[in-house]
Design a protein around this ligand. Structure first.
Ligand SMILES: Cc1cc2nc3c(=O)[nH]c(=O)nc-3n(C[C@H](O)[C@H](O)[C@H](O)COP(=O)(O)OP(=O)(O)OC[C@H]3O[C@@H](n4cnc5c(N)ncnc54)[C@H](O)[C@@H]3O)c2cc1C
Length: 601
């Protein structure tokens, strides 16, 4: 056993990037000092050391992300006072420019949401953009959002300042030790094995960035994420560039710009990206860089550089490429994975690990200590991940579009991912296709969003506006409100719960009384100990000791886990996932009784 490695800790955190350091720091703030962080190389050696350090809430229009971004910003602004170690945070201001009405609409809607939460987000004119960032070409800009109190930080400073705070709170940080696997008793993870010995733990937290998928598999846990190449160009010093220039993002050209050493950093979120080592990232990669693919990146770079015309005369210092992990829906994977007990995951940060890092650490620490997540985590919870997302083919195909999706493409209501489609189809799929369905996707299921009467669907642009589909949807809506319609809801998850204890288990889980007459369908919630809603579903009593639970596709793994966990000693029931074996047709509208009585008198 290594001299430095304790035999036991209440919480073992694997990974010393910004996320691991933040979780350690926030655990100590909650009074948990028996924390051991294990890093295989040195702190920040994975992805954190080379981040561009943008600190912004741009793109966030949900409570949880916005809270995490703003909390992180505030934390980085004050952390030096507490730890004596600078995060390098500087509120130089953050600009997002729009060159099309659709992009401007996105920015306006985002502003409307964010001001309600106290974010000083304002919409400004092209002229004002020019005043704030004189090097920018502004003749094609039709508006921009500007947040004056956001800006940039030093990613290494952020992580190491939190690491220092964690140490001050009693945490132990060990570098140069690699976690190689896990010890377990049944479903419970009881510790980690390392190249320097074994450490017992009540809770193991996987915060090992792009390596998390590989390590988690050793515990039989799926953490679907995939690393991709991620680029920025650094120039020699340029006239007019100074350290107080704001950050400027141009969503339409997938580029962002900030000062770096009196030159410019040109960051890219190219819409056609390249996965990095899909079969498995090299374990020994530390403070590493990826040889840049100039040929692939030149067209994206040229397009982005048009925003700052003087870049065409600037000397190039380097085209930097480093790996970062992306998930199927560009949201992080957080929380306890349903496959095991005693483990938490915090990975898949989709290029926003620095700007969300403080918030992620705070949420994770409360969740670990209380057993209940303090914020609405549905969109981030690892329970939403489905095993097919971890397949080599899915990851390789999906990752290609994720950088562009993250940089604004995904914000439009008409946006649907076009990669890795056709994973799950209902038995009626071909029927809907022949009827002119325009298919959208949820949890891998293809489902009809509307039907075109001609059988043809034209290209659907990314827009907030109306289109040829609007009257089609309105007509469907009217028909169901005034007459009757049939919807294919096969994508909903279905579980059979059977056995002598089935009624008792469902009765304990459900807020409503679900153990009624045979044939009765009851709509109910399943809540946590604080009354927070964990699942929203129906329970149908099929027989004395046979029930069917139907829940939304995205709650599949959570509900399955809750059912299995509810079984007490001495009870007997089986839970069978029958999702793929059963079609659901939902008949709705005032004429539904009449229709059904004709079909089944
Ligand atoms: C070019 C580029 C620019 C970026 N710009 C920004 C930006 O402007 N703003 C922003 O918010 N984000 C940005 N990011 C993203 C950000 O860097 C990441 O989201 C963040 O660093 C992820 O942190 P992490 O702690 O999850 O992972 P990492 O920093 O990779 O940390 C994981 C750690 O785990 C360790 N580890 C792995 N396996 C083991 C093991 N078995 N045992 C022990 N230790 C292990 C690794 O050595 C590593 O140090 C950028 C990324 C790139 C590539």
């Amino acid at each position: 056993m290594s001299q430095n490695l304790p035999a036991r800790a209440r919480v073992v955190i694997v990974g010393g990037g910004v996320i691991g350091c933040s979780i350690a720091y926030h655990l100590t703030k909650l009074g948990v000092s028996d924390v051991l962080l294990i890093e295989k190389d040195q702190l920040t050696a994975g992805t954190t050391w080379h981040a561009a350090g943008l600190i912004t809430s741009a793109g966030y229009h949900d409570d949880t992300s916005l809270w995490m971004a703003r909390y992180s910003r505030d934390l980085y602004a004050r952390l030096e006072e507490e730890t004596g170690h600078s995060t390098g945070f500087r509120p130089v201001g953050h600009l997002s420019v729009a060159t099309s009405p659709e992009r401007l609409e996105t920015l306006i809607r985002e502003r409307d949401f964010q001001v309600g939460y106290g974010v000083p987000n304002e919409i400004i004119s092209a002229k004002e953009v020019g005043e704030l960032f004189p090097l920018a070409k502004i003749d094609d800009i039709i508006g921009a959002s500007y947040v004056a109190d956001e800006g940039r930080a030093d990613p290494v400073g952020v992580a190491t300042s939190m690491a220092k705070g964690a140490r001050m709170g009693g945490a132990t940080i060990v570098e140069g030790v690699a976690v190689t696997g896990f010890t377990r008793t049944g479903r419970r993870i009881t510790g980690v094995t390392t190249d320097s010995g074994t450490v017992e733990a009540d809770t193991v937290v996987l915060a090992c960035g792009l390596w998390t998928r590989q390590l988690a598999r050793k515990a039989g846990v799926d953490v679907p994420l995939q690393a991709a190449e991620h680029y920025y160009l650094l120039t020699e010093p340029m006239a007019g560039v100074h350290r107080d220039l704001p950050i400027i993002e141009d969503l339409a050209c997938y580029g962002y710009f900030r000062e770096e050493g009196d030159g410019m950093l040109v960051g890219l979120f190219e819409p056609v990206a390249a996965p990095w080592h899909p079969k498995g990232a090299p374990e020994e990669f530390a403070f590493g860089t990826i040889p840049p693919d100039w040929e692939r990146m030149t067209p994206f770079l040229e397009k982005a550089m048009e925003r700052i015309p003087s870049l065409s005369d600037a000397g190039i210092r380097t085209l930097f490429c480093g790996p970062e992990s992306f998930t199927a829906d560009v949201l992080p994977m957080l929380g306890p994975p349903p496959e095991v007990e005693g483990m938490f995951v915090a990975a898949g940060l989709n290029s926003v690990g620095i700007l969300l890092g403080g918030g992620v650490g705070s949420v994770m620490a409360s969740w670990i200590v209380d057993g209940i997540c303090p914020v609405d985590i549905a969109g981030f919870s690892i329970e939403r991940a489905l095993p097919f997302e971890n397949s080599l083919r899915f990851r390789t195909e999906r990752t290609v579009e994720q950088l562009g999706v993250l940089f604004g493409d995904g914000s439009f209501p008409t946006f649907h991912q076009h990669s890795a489609r056709g994973i799950r189809r209902t038995p009626l799929h071909e029927h809907w296709a022949r009827a002119g369905a325009y298919f959208a996707v949820s949890a891998g299921w293809e489902y009809p969003e509307w039907f075109s009467p001609t059988g043809e669907n034209a290209h659907v642009p990314w827009t907030w506006g109306r289109g040829y589909w609007t009257p089609l949807i309105a007509e469907e809506h009217r028909t169901i409100r005034e007459a009757v319609g049939v919807m294919d809801m096969t994508l909903m998850s279905k579980f059979l719960v059977q056995g002598p204890s089935a009624a008792a288990i469902l009765d304990r889980l459900s807020a409503n009384d679900v153990v009624g007459a045979i044939g009765r369908v009851v709509y109910t919630q399943w809540c946590n100990d604080r009354g927070g809603i964990m699942a929203d579903l129906t329970v149908t009593r099929l027989d004395e000791d046979r029930f069917m639970v139907v829940v939304s596709d995205v709650s599949h793994r959570r509900v399955e886990r809750m059912l299995l966990d509810e079984l007490r000693d001495g009870e007997f029931a089986t839970v069978t996932d029958i999702t793929a074996g059963m079609v659901i047709l939902s008949v709705q509208g005032p004429n539904s009784r009449e229709l059904l009585s004709r079909v089944s008198p």
